[in-house]
Design a protein around this ligand. Structure first.
Ligand SMILES: [Zn+2]
Length: 110
């Protein structure tokens, strides 16, 4: 698998978070390595209006059958962390209070 560090191109100050922007392969590899982790789906153009929390195992954010680039190379990017505490900074990164996700996925119930 490719090095995770090389994919962390988005400016996230907390190194416990890995941001996948334009790297679906790296993202899907991360999900395979950290099935206990959490994923935040957010707009590529950083915005406070869409910051959604999922578990890494959620089917709505991990399906290799979709078209290449569907997860991280179009309108959205993914921020991944091993614990809820790790991903709690992502809303702040997007201009919201800490841990204030706009939504917690109703499918995987993180
Ligand atoms: Zn989900």
């Amino acid at each position: 698998m490719r090095g995770l560090d090389a994919t962390a191109r988005v400016d996230v100050s907390d190194e416990r978070i890995v941001a996948f922007d334009g790297d679906d392969d790296g993202y899907l590899d991360w999900l395979a390595v950290y099935p206990h982790g959490y994923v935040v789906n957010a707009r590529r153009k950083r915005s406070p209006d869409y910051v959604v929390l999922h578990r890494a195992t959620c089917g709505s954010i991990s399906n290799r059958m979709v078209e290449p680039g569907a997860y991280t190379a179009r309108g959205y990017v993914k921020y991944c962390g091993e614990t809820l505490a790790d991903v709690a900074i992502v809303p702040m990164h997007c201009g919201r209070p800490r841990a204030s996700f706009t939504k917690r996925c109703g499918l995987c119930k993180p």
